[in-house]
Unconditional design. Structure first.
Lengths: 81, 418
């Protein structure tokens, strides 16, 4: 799976979990916090995305991630095959 | 799971096991790993005596009884085993029996509950008080009772789970602001101007021991017409000239809309309470589920708490001793060049860093040396700031603090150098 597809999955879950966000406004260089996400929202978006991508990354390894692009890179590293 | 030791309790909330009565499969794989099992052995260790400064535990590490210096219990003022408190509880058991046998609105309200609630309301300089059977129930129930869908709860990101759960139950929109960051608080309030808004903060934050920046919070909340809810679980009976808490410490009690306290920490019993205006308390008696639908607190506990309150407030000797012990302990730890974070209270973290393995190795050695000092791991604290957390008690003697520091030096200071 390429990175663009991973970002699509993350975007889809941002739209499903956050209010008042438009798809065209979501850019990878921004953090979910920029779209009004609180810590519970972020957990939900990350969990839903990981389930969809069939990966499991320890939450302790995600604490330093700054934006959607870095999250997608982290997911890429963990996708098998 | 390849890197099983990197996982934590933050990773297994979601459960898709087809058997609804089973945990997630990967949780079982994780928790049965020998190293994870070893770290969990620190949980639920049995105390064999009162949670005094020196007590005895049945260690889960080697299944031996062990005398320990207790730096973990929240018995800050030693009231759980104070002889006058025990006597009051025994007397109440004979007069009232074991339980309240009813919800407060129907048959569970005893004269003791009314008396104690009045004492707490007067103490906190509010019109009325609501008693809860548990501290968690109090925070959760108060927030759930106050807020509704369409309202806004703005809370410090380090607020206790009971406040978060109350917000979830209420249906209100929850917005977390960065810990003690007033600009972040303003940003959250600015987003929701004009809505019914409650701002929740804690007097003393339980994992770091630092205080709320209450003066700044009050200024901002005045500007945005938001009400303030303060959780004084770790500060009531200790902070302020009269022990009324951090709001008294800052001279801002009149600016607080609702003040919450637990009865299990400095009070030495169990339960929770909120104090606020009489109209809100009257309303919450009907709409705060952990009050309305729960059996009232045991009369034995309430009788003990009334006595504990009298002992703690008849003079300042217990809190004076607590602050003397805290100052002495902190100085010894700073002399050992330990990282105590930003503590300003009797809650003193010793921050170890990012290695969970190191944390638990030290925890095991501390306990074998006779120190009951529990490790605090991610996700309770950030992954790069795993720690031990000392709860200072007024009961500690100078000798016990010195011995504790000797053990901390041998285990933690030396361990950090390796």
């Amino acid at each position: 799976m390429d990175k663009a597809k991973i970002i699509e999955v993350i975007k889809k879950n941002i739209l499903a979990n956050l209010e008042d966000v438009k798809e065209e406004d979501i850019v990878p260089e921004k953090s979910m916090k920029d779209y009004g996400a609180d810590s519970l929202d972020i957990i939900e978006v990350v969990s839903c995305s990981m389930r969809e991508l069939n990966i499991k990354i320890p939450r302790s390894e995600l604490t330093d991630i700054k934006n959607i692009d870095e999250l997608a890179n982290k997911f890429m590293q963990n996708i098998k095959g | 799971m390849d890197n099983i030791l990197s996982f934590s309790l933050a990773d297994f909330q979601y459960n898709d096991n087809p058997d609804v009565l089973a945990p997630p499969n990967d949780f079982e794989e994780w928790i049965n790993h020998p190293k994870i099992k070893a770290s969990f052995s620190f949980f639920e260790q049995q105390l064999l005596a009162a949670p005094r400064a020196s007590t005895e535990i049945l260690s889960n590490l080697d299944h031996k009884k062990r005398k320990v210096i207790n730096l973990t219990s929240y018995n800050y003022l030693g009231l759980s085993s104070h002889p006058e408190v025990i006597q009051a509880a025994c007397d109440a058991a004979r007069q009232y029996g074991l339980g309240a046998s009813g919800a407060p609105l129907l048959s569970g309200t005893f004269d003791l509950h009314v008396k104690f609630a009045k004492m707490l309301a007067d103490f906190k300089q509010k019109e009325d008080c609501l008693l809860y059977s548990s501290g968690l129930g109090g925070n959760m129930g108060a927030i759930q009772g106050i807020l509704r869908k369409g309202d806004v709860l703005v809370l410090d990101e380090k607020c206790h789970k009971s406040i978060v759960d109350g917000g979830t139950l209420s249906g209100a929109k929850m917005l977390f602001f960065e810990h003690n960051n007033i600009d972040s608080l303003v940003a959250m309030l600015e987003k929701n101007k004009g809505k019914r808004t409650l701002v929740a903060v804690e007097g003393v934050y339980s994992m770091d021991g630092d205080l709320v920046k209450l003066k700044e919070v009050v200024e901002v909340c005045d500007r945005y017409k938001a009400a303030i809810y303060i959780d004084e679980a770790h500060s009531t009976l200790m902070f302020g000239k009269n022990g009324r808490g951090v709001a008294e410490h800052f001279g801002l009690e009149h600016k607080v809309g609702v003040t919450f306290g637990t009865l299990s920490k400095s009070f030495g019993g169990v339960g929770g309470f909120i104090c606020s205006n009489a109209r809100l308390i009257r309303y919450l008696k009907c709409y705060s589920s952990p009050y309305h639908f729960s059996c009232a607190p045991s009369p034995i506990i309430i009788a003990g708490l009334i006595k504990a309150f009298e002992v703690a407030t008849r003079d300042s000797s217990l809190r004076d001793k607590l602050w003397e012990n805290t100052g002495y302990f902190k100085k010894q730890l700073l002399d050992l060049k330990l990282n105590l974070g930003g503590t300003e209270s009797q809650v003193i973290p010793i921050i170890i860093g990012s290695s969970g393995e190191k944390l638990f190795q030290m925890a095991m050695e501390l306990q074998k040396r006779g120190l009951f000092l529990q490790p605090v791991d991610f996700p309770a604290v950030p992954a790069n700031a795993r720690r031990f957390r000392i709860s200072v008690s007024s009961q500690l003697t100078k000798e016990e603090i010195d011995e504790a520091c000797n053990i901390i030096e041998d285990v933690i200071v030396k361990g950090l150098k390796n």
